[in-house]
Design a protein around this ligand. Structure first.
Ligand SMILES: Cc1ncc(COP(=O)(O)O)c(C=O)c1O
Ligand SMILES: [Zn+2]
Length: 437
């Protein structure tokens, strides 16, 4: 047996996804819906894969032996020609000059992924492959946007019928990105919480499998390969991980990889999770701040507000009812991390600045993470010597409205007399001032 799935509550094991799906992704003993994958291959092999220099495909399949798929023939594949891991020295200089902090910043980009250009692609790639292997040809997802797009792309490749339930305010682009591959979009008249409910009702009515949310092993197992890649390519393992927070699949998958790497003695310390929410939708942040103020009293992890119909400029982060808060709160505390809030008003300025400095046009959830880095500096969260992994996660192609806002140097002219000579350097101070404001 290549892998097994183990219930994280009662320890019951399932031989594979076929069996887990047959139980409708619920443990028949304890009725909980969370399982974790474990592999029978000697983990030393994983060490070899991490150290393998002869790598040309940067997709998750490099780690096939440690992914829950039995037969390579079922791989739904889009080779990734390069790894989106860049050193962003402009942020290091920024930290030094303005906050007197010495740190290293690595940006984990996903904007050039072949499929849909967000860090939701790897999870969808694995899910489509596993469904193919299990002989399932229907699937359901509720999504604020990026997940639906990624799943539509890969499910279409696997010939699986996907029904994606998105909230009322999801971007038109996101529904087009599903529909264009011949998959189905149900735009629900309400928020993400309602989209999830209607999706679950539809799943129950027709007996169709639905994604298992933030702890779904299909998403977790795929996403955790990013940790293997950091070990492979970074000179030092990150001490801090910054990410925009919606439901928290990112931190959950990193922690899973961390436990595996600790066994192998490859990592000693979990990076501090610094998780960022925009002020338009920040229920986890509010819960965290309240718990922190009260000294994390008994039961603090289960107390969180529910924001109905959140109004935010970052629709991908619009999880107003954060059911995964107990898990994310626990991980944040365990990692000695922090949750921070950013002002959505500043998203356009930070996106212009990053595009100017790094020559990378990022999307709104990614801009949230970069603003979070600035906020972390302002709140003295970044220590000297810190190695930061900044998950930028999506490109601007995911948000045409933001791209429109990038048009800030245009001037209408009718003759050369009206054209003042252009000097790119003059923009620099202007952009920086806005970021620091
Ligand atoms: C670019 C980007 N960053 C962060 C997130 C939040 O992901 P998580 O599920 O880990 O909270 C998303 C979710 O769609 C995203 O697209
Ligand atoms: Zn169980």
């Amino acid at each position: 047996m290549k892998y097994t799935l183990t219930c994280t509550t009662c320890g019951k094991t399932f031989p594979d996804f076929t069996e887990w799906f047959n139980h409708n992704q619920v443990c028949p003993v304890c009725h909980k819906a969370r399982v974790e994958a474990h592999y029978s291959t000697d983990y030393q092999r994983l060490k070899e894969l991490i150290c393998d220099k002869n790598r040309t495909d940067f997709s998750i399949w490099h780690y096939f032996d440690f992914l829950p798929l039995k037969n390579r023939e079922n791989m739904i594949s889009t080779p990734e020609p390069k790894l989106g891991l860049d050193r962003w020295e402009f942020l290091e200089k920024f930290a030094k000059q303005n906050f007197n902090v010495d740190c290293k910043v690595h940006a984990f980009r996903n904007d050039e992924h072949y499929a849909t250009g967000s860090f939701k692609d790897p999870g969808a790639m694995l899910a489509a492959s596993v469904l193919k292997e299990a002989g399932r040809n229907e699937y359901i997802v509720a999504s604020t946007g990026n997940v639906a797009n990624a799943f539509a792309y890969y499910m279409a490749k696997a010939g699986v019928s996907l029904s994606a339930f998105i909230p009322q305010d999801a971007l038109a682009l996101n529904s087009a990105g599903v529909s264009c591959y011949g998959e189905k979009v149900f735009r629900v008249k309400g928020d993400y919480a309602l989209a999830k409910k209607v999706a679950a009702d539809y799943a129950a009515k027709y007996g169709i499998l639905m994604t298992g949310g933030n702890t779904d092993p299909l998403r977790v197992e795929a996403k955790r390969t990013q940790v293997f890649d950091w070990l492979r390519y970074l000179p030092q393992f990150p001490t801090m991980y910054i990410q925009a927070l919606s439901g928290g699949t990112g931190p959950i998958s990193i922690e899973k990889a961390f436990r595996e790497m600790k066994e192998l003695d490859l990592i000693k310390q979990l990076p501090r999770f610094v998780l960022i929410q925009p002020d338009g939708c920040s229920p986890m942040l509010q819960a965290w701040q309240q718990a922190k103020k009260a000294g994390f009293p008994e039961g603090w992890k289960t107390k969180y507000p529910i924001i109905e119909n959140p109004v935010t400029k970052v629709p991908t982060l619009a999880t107003g009812n954060p059911g995964s808060y107990p898990i994310i709160a626990d991980l944040t505390k365990k990692s000695e991390g922090e949750m921070l809030e950013i002002e959505e008003e500043k998203l356009v300025d930070i996106t212009r600045w990053v595009a100017y400095e790094a020559v990378v046009a990022i999307g709104p959830a990614a801009a949230t993470a970069v603003l979070g880095f600035v906020q972390a500096l302002k709140e003295k969260q970044v220590k000297n010597g810190e190695v930061i992994l900044l998950n930028v996660g999506e490109g601007i192609s995911r948000a045409p409205e933001l791209l429109h806002e990038m048009n800030y140097t245009e001037e209408n002219v009718a003759s050369v007399e009206e054209c003042k000579r252009f000097d790119r350097a003059a923009l620099k101070e202007q952009l920086l001032k806005k970021v620091l404001a």
